[in-house]
Design a protein around this ligand. Structure first.
Ligand code: GLC
Length: 456
């Protein structure tokens, strides 16, 4: 076919098949200020971070919700702080493990729903500073992560089970106001005394699903409020006030969408929430490296390397990040099996990292084959499920593909017609979980348009 006609056919195909895709769920509003894209640029390139759930709940080792799920009275639970001796807490070792795992940022639970702060809050006695540890663990963590050249993130849960006003703000108004004051004060503490923070990861608060106990009174009694269903009572959590103060104190910080205030990125939670492709809003999947809870559980099964790589590639190919959670042991050391798996991911990334870091999802949408990412003139195909017959066939792209290879491996036979691109797959082992191919385009792929892939 002459080049001009070929071009015309390709542009027609482009017009017919390119879509811009975004998720449809209900979310907190996104930031719209001029600096928003610049602020989040490092995070988009990073693609992979380490989440850490660590607190006094790590001692019983039955997950970070243990107080709630076992209905442990607050005074009894508070005694765990006397046993919290983080003698092997070595944040340099945490950061070294994250680096070896190819992770570019870290997010530590500064305070979870139980109310125990790993930092120094002069107005609370339930802190690491004022109990057995006698240390400001957040300060040590921030210094170590910064020193390692990684981006510093903190998780903070505005809710706190110790306050009756959290559950029934209407009838325990002073308690609800105290909780709100604690939220505002602790965020200010964190934003003031620990230098530059790159990321704050809020878990609940405002009118979202974890706000105000996550329950509502209906004709049949108290019920869990559905996820994404908003608190409809009269108490005003004043998220906007606290969050805008935080942004004033830390102008380049980025925030997730679990408050009511405008967010820099959206959170998805759990392996099954990988969800749809979305290159219109920055987003991140958080999930655990082990089966079970986020907080430490002895002998929890570590997920197979294949599962974790497929999640990482699956997130990148949907244009999102992966925040992978570890649950350190009560003494502050990392669980060896979890740390070993992180290092294995890092080894994989040493070989295939160019197909993840600094890429954007697409141009092909996820499909039966796997997912795609791109950067400049390179398109990477993460073939998660090799095609039967050994030939990968995808709808064509409106740009010439010059050649195809296995990333770091041999050149592969490639054909491009106005309808289709086919690549001869390399021999793939039966247990291969991600065969990464690299296509070289004649021009860089700079658009956010995507090509749907028929599901066959
Ligand atoms: C949920 C849980 C919490 C965990 C978080 C991580 O909100 O309440 O335990 O910290 O998810 O995404």
């Amino acid at each position: 076919m002459p080049l001009a006609r070929c071009r015309a056919v390709l542009s027609l195909l482009l017009a017919l098949s390119l879509l811009s895709v975004s998720a449809v769920a209900q979310w907190a509003p996104m930031v719209t200020d001029h600096d928003a894209a610049e602020r989040i640029a490092w995070w988009r390139e990073a693609r992979f971070g380490m989440f850490l759930h660590w607190g006094v709940y790590s001692i019983p080792g039955r997950g970070e919700w243990v107080q709630w799920s076992e209905q442990i009275p607050t005074d009894e639970y508070a005694r765990l702080a006397d046993q919290f001796h983080p003698d092997h807490f070595d944040p340099d070792a945490w950061a070294a493990t994250a680096k070896a795992g190819g992770m570019k940022y870290m997010v530590l639970t500064a305070r979870h729903h139980d109310g125990f702060a790993l930092f120094d809050d002069p107005e609370s006695s339930f802190t690491a500073m004022k109990s057995a540890a006698h240390r400001d663990l957040v300060a040590e963590y921030v210094a170590a992560v910064r020193k390692a050249g990684l981006r510093v993130g903190l998780y903070y849960s505005p809710l706190d089970w110790r306050f009756p006003g959290f559950f029934f703000p209407g009838i325990y108004q002073p308690s609800a106001r105290d909780l709100r004051a604690q939220y505002d004060r602790q965020i200010t503490e964190l934003a003031t005394h620990y230098g530059k923070l790159d990321l704050l990861w809020f878990d609940g608060g405002g009118d979202d699903w974890l706000g105000f106990g996550g329950v509502e009174f209906t004709g049949s009694g108290w019920q869990s409020r559905a996820k994404n269903k908003r608190y409809a009572g009269t108490f005003d959590w004043q998220d906007d006030k606290t969050v805008s103060h935080l942004r004033q104190l830390q102008p380049s910080i980025i925030l997730n969408d679990r408050t009511d205030a405008p967010a820099d990125f959206r959170s998805r939670e759990g392996d099954r929430a990988l969800g749809d492709f979305d290159n219109q809003h920055p987003w991140e999947l958080c999930t655990t490296i082990t089966e079970g809870a986020w907080g430490y559980q002895p002998n929890a099964r570590v997920k197979p390397l294949a599962t974790l790589i497929q999640l990482l590639a699956g997130a990148a190919g949907r244009d999102g990040n992966l925040l992978l959670n570890l649950g350190p042991r009560p003494d502050g050391s990392l669980d060896p099996a979890q740390a070993a798996r992180v290092r294995e991911i890092g080894q994989w990334l040493q070989q295939y990292g160019e197909s993840i870091y600094g890429t954007r999802g697409g141009p092909w949408l996820p499909g039966a084959y796997g997912v795609s990412t791109h950067k400049g003139t390179a398109v990477y195909l993460h073939v998660l499920h090799p095609p039967a017959g050994g030939v990968l066939a995808l709808p064509t792209l409106p740009v010439r593909i010059l050649h195809a290879s296995q990333l770091g491996g041999p050149e592969l036979a490639l054909k491009q017609s106005p309808q289709e691109v086919t690549v001869q797959m390399p021999p793939v082992a039966a247990d291969a979980f991600d065969t990464v191919l690299k296509l070289e385009l004649a021009e860089p792929w700079t658009t956010s348009a995507v090509v749907p892939v028929p599901n066959k």
